[in-house]
Ligand binder design. Structure first.
Ligand code: DGL
Length: 276
């Protein structure tokens, strides 16, 4: 059996494309419908109430499009509002990025000292520590919010001197704690992989929750017999929607995906905000 409906993916901005990239690599037949709420990004410094409201509105836009699986490709929304979304969305499975990243950390840690970096909301929520320690309570988790990373990525300063200094500034504390694994707990951060890896040395393994989330999606669809039929170029018929379209988004999206998106549509913010 197969299911040709699309996978819905949303993020506060363009970072969720790191998840799309892994989905396309793992499951090239799958059609994706992506929503990036670029008019309201960043979510990471907002209140839990606002993050829940925005997250549900984004989910509702995708639910209107007859999707078979919803991926919350935003660590902030996954940390603060996943339960809330699950309460409102009953018909299809909902996958966040925190649990797959946490499972990867449990699997990969060698010294049981895991670092987690993310937005203020993600680190403040303790979501990764909880998910990791629910599986193995003996693992110590050290969180560090890195609020300047998202604007640096959005500015395209992926390998700039300012970015190197900022990475050193935020990560020193975690390196001093003796972590052996570092979870990139924000969908923008995989774009900083090189600078982060150079800063933390080869001894610390970086875990990108995007990759593990795509694997979780594949497992879920396989169990449900809901993978797309063979012989389809899913990416070519995928849709990419944003609430604010700038030329910077287009060029960063291309850098991130390593190819042009098949077309980017603008959805009006009023339309998104009308969902309750
Ligand atoms: N997408 C968000 C995350 O993964 C980062 C950007 C934001 O703060 O909205 O946490």
């Amino acid at each position: 059996m197969s299911d040709s409906r699309a996978i819905g993916v949303f993020d506060s901005g363009l970072g969720g494309l790191t998840v799309v990239n892994e989905l396309v690599r793992l499951m090239p037949n799958e059609r994706i419908i992506y929503l990036g709420d670029t008019a309201r990004v960043p979510y990471g410094g907002r209140s839990h109430e606002t993050i829940r409201q925005y997250g549900l509105q984004d989910a509702r836009v995708l639910m209107e499009m007859d999707i078979k699986l919803l991926i919350v490709a935003c660590n902030t929304v996954s940390s603060v509002a996943l339960d809330y979304l699950e309460q409102h969305i009953k018909d299809i499975p909902v996958i966040g990025v925190v649990l797959p990243g946490a499972k990867a950390a449990v699997l990969r840690t060698t010294g049981k000292k895991v670092g987690v970096i993310g937005t203020m909301a993600t680190v403040g929520s303790g979501s990764y520590a909880k998910a990791i320690q629910d599986i193995d309570p003996s693992i110590k988790v050290f969180g560090k919010a890195c609020p300047l990373f998202v604007p640096l990525v959005e500015e395209g300063l992926l390998d700039h001197e300012i970015t190197k200094l900022t990475v050193q500034y935020y990560l020193k504390e975690l390196i001093d704690f003796g972590i052996d694994c570092l979870v990139l707990g924000c969908t923008h951060y995989p774009l900083l992989t090189k600078v982060i890896q150079d800063t933390v040395s080869a001894g610390i393994q970086l875990l990108d929750s995007a990759l593990w989330t795509a694997k979780e999606a594949q497992d879920t669809l396989t169990k449900l017999n809901a993978l797309a039929p063979d012989g389809i170029d899913g990416f070519a018929s995928s849709r990419f929607m944003v609430s604010d379209l700038t030329s910077r988004f287009e060029s960063l999206a291309e850098t991130l995906m390593g190819r042009r998106l098949p077309g980017i549509e603008k959805v009006s913010l009023d339309e998104i905000a009308a969902y309750q």
